[in-house]
Design a protein around this ligand. Structure first.
Ligand code: NAD
Length: 358
């Protein structure tokens, strides 16, 4: 079989740190295993445009491995060319870079390493919430500049205690975020998700479901997005919905960049409708140098907590998704059943309810 992996370049860091497994250099640690079984293994970071390695190799690839951190976009057009393709493995969580409806039609399975980095992301969400609410980034920048003016920072710094925090999506990550928020003694924890939590799970974290998105938005001081990107969530956060947010609310998005309209969010931060926006996911990755989310600031010069896409790519997470990728490959190559929770698209049908109500 021909196995193609599209990963990000790790450069010098990956040569010095072998635990950066999800890089081109370290190949998810799969080369010896695959070649010893007689399979061909191609690894590349070249993914965009007709001359990329991804587009050239996909025509006779049997198994495609991609990662959300450096997404190789498997469009319907590429699916039409990928005549040998049987299996797409996502090394990580989130398979929106694959045209899942095309995968269903073409009977190509899409399997991800569910759960592999959900704690990593939940921890990043808590960090992002705190850095926005406490106005951390401008405070640190002030120190690096050699300045010291407490009032300039304190005028926009708050406690998380007593605030209303809501999550869009209360699945593996969203629920872990709620669990981690409990000790902060927020005024209320809310969630918006078409899949309600069981009464026991709601009680465990003291969360309340709001069924109407505008009502949900209007109640929250801070919203964190933890739902997959699909037809029902693309540009869910736009100019219209942002008008229903409380003035000066904060927004954290570690789910997918395209769940937000980038220009609308940047304008809301600039006007102060949002006091801040933080996250690691972008509508285009790598993000272009002139992307508005790199530079947006609120009227007081803060409110930007953006970083590159790495919250789910800690060294601990990389070990888990590399091992998980190997397990999926072994199952496939030896005809064993896959973990049900990992299957996004099975043979000809969606196996998850998380990618929209259909
Ligand atoms: P999950 O499948 O366990 O949970 C997703 C939840 O979102 C489900 O409860 C689902 O019902 C809900 N949902 C779906 N559509 C919705 C909608 N329109 N409105 C409200 N809720 C909706 O997934 P998870 O493990 O919690 O991961 C969620 C997403 O986080 C992934 O799909 C991925 O895009 C993203 N993620 C990002 C990183 C990162 O490094 N930044 C890492 C892992 C996952």
């Amino acid at each position: 079989m021909k196995v193609l992996a599209v990963l990000y370049n790790g450069f010098q860091a990956a040569k010095e740190e072998p635990r950066l497994l999800g890089t081109v250099e370290n190949e998810l640690g799969l080369r010896q295993y695959l070649e010893s079984q007689g399979h061909e293994y191609i690894v590349t970071s070249s993914k965009d445009g007709p001359d990329s390695d991804f587009h050239k190799h996909i025509v006779n690839t049997d198994i495609l491995i991609t990662t959300p951190f450096h997404p190789g976009y498997l469009t319907r057009t590429l699916f039409n060319e990928a005549k040998h393709l049987k299996l797409c493995i996502t090394a990580g969580v989130g398979s929106d870079h694959i045209d899942l409806n095309a995968a269903v039609e073409k009977q190509v399975q899409v399997i991800e390493v569910s759960g592999s980095n959900v704690v990593s992301v939940a921890e990043h969400v808590i960090m992002s919430i705190l850095l926005l609410v406490r106005n951390f980034v401008p405070a640190h920048e002030m120190i690096e500049r050699g300045d010291w003016q407490v009032s300039e920072i304190a005028r926009n710094a708050f406690d998380l205690e007593g605030k209303v925090v809501g999550t869009i999506g209360a699945g593996r990550i969203g629920y872990r975020v709620l669990q981690r928020l409990v000790p902060f003694e927020c005024k209320e924890l809310l969630y918006y998700d078409y899949a309600p939590l069981s009464p026991e799970r709601e009680k465990e974290v003291g969360a309340r479901r709001i069924e109407d998105l505008k009502e949900f938005a209007s109640k929250c001081d801070l919203i964190t997005i933890n739902a997959p990107l699909h037809e029902g969530t693309r540009h869910l956060i736009n100019k219209d919905l942002l008008q229903h947010f409380k003035k000066g609310a904060w927004l954290v998005n570690t789910a997918r960049g395209a769940i937000c309209n980038a220009e609308d969010v940047a304008a809301a931060v600039k006007s102060g409708q949002l006091n801040g926006y933080a996250g690691d996911v972008w509508n285009v990755q790598p993000a272009p140098k002139d992307h508005p989310w790199r530079y947006m600031k609120n009227p007081l010069g803060g409110g930007n907590g953006m970083v590159p896409h790495y919250s789910g790519s800690t060294l601990d997470a990389q070990l888990r998704y590399a091992r998980g990728t190997r397990a999926i490959l072994e199952n496939f190559l030896t005809g064993k059943a896959q973990e049900p929770g990992n299957i996004i698209v099975g043979l000809g049908k969606y196996e998850t309810k998380a990618y929209g109500q259909r």
